[in-house]
Design a protein around this ligand. Structure first.
Ligand SMILES: [Zn+2]
Length: 160
C-alpha cells in the first residue's frame, strides 16, 4: 500500500446506500447483541478508493470505529446471499481480531464457529465433534444465535 499524504477520515455509510449490506449487518448485529451484549452495534465505514474513480472501500467496524481485514467486495452489494456471506466474514474478522477473542462461540464445545452454507441458509458451523455422526454441526442460522443464548419464552398475555 502506498503512503498517502492525506489521511481521509472514514465516513459512516448511510442507511439505504447498500440495502443488502444493511440487512446482512442487522443479522450480524443480532448475533453480536445476543453473544456480546456489552459491545455496541457493528457499523459500515467507508474510505475513498485508492483509485480515483474506484468504488469506496467499505468495512465492517466495531462501534468504536475499529475494523480489521479487507473491505467488502463491491460485487456482493447487489445479491442478498453474497452480501450476507461477505458481511459475516468481515464482521467475524473484525470482532475476532480487534477484540482478540473467537466469535461466535459454540456453547457446546467452546469453539469459534464459522459461517457456512446449510441448505441455502448461511449458518454458524462448529467443527467440534458431535457424537459420531460427523465432524461439524450447525448451531444456528446467521442472525439466529439469540434463540440459543436467550431462549424465547412464549408470550404471556395478561401478565401484570
Ligand atoms: Zn460445537
Amino acid at each position: 500500500m502506498r503512503a498517502r499524504f492525506d489521511h481521509p477520515e472514514p465516513r459512516h455509510v448511510l442507511p439505504g446506500e447498500h440495502p443488502a449490506w444493511d440487512r446482512a449487518l442487522a443479522l450480524l448485529n443480532r448475533d453480536l447483541a445476543a453473544t456480546l451484549p456489552e459491545q455496541g452495534s457493528l457499523q459500515l465505514l467507508a474510505l475513498p478508493s485508492h483509485d480515483e474513480d474506484g468504488p469506496e472501500n467499505v468495512h465492517v467496524a466495531l462501534a468504536n470505529g475499529e475494523w480489521h481485514g479487507n473491505s467488502l467486495d463491491p460485487e456482493s452489494a447487489d445479491d442478498p446471499a453474497a452480501a450476507l456471506a461477505a458481511v459475516a466474514d468481515a464482521a467475524q474478522e473484525t470482532v475476532t481480531e480487534r477484540l482478540r477473542r473467537a466469535w461466535p462461540l459454540c456453547a457446546e464445545h467452546g469453539l469459534g464457529m464459522h459461517p457456512r452454507d446449510a441448505d441455502g441458509q448461511l449458518s454458524w458451523s462448529c467443527a467440534g465433534e458431535r457424537s459420531r455422526r460427523g465432524p461439524a454441526h450447525i448451531r444456528a442460522a446467521v442472525g439466529g444465535l439469540d434463540a440459543f443464548v436467550r431462549p424465547r419464552r412464549p408470550h404471556r398475555k395478561g401478565r401484570r
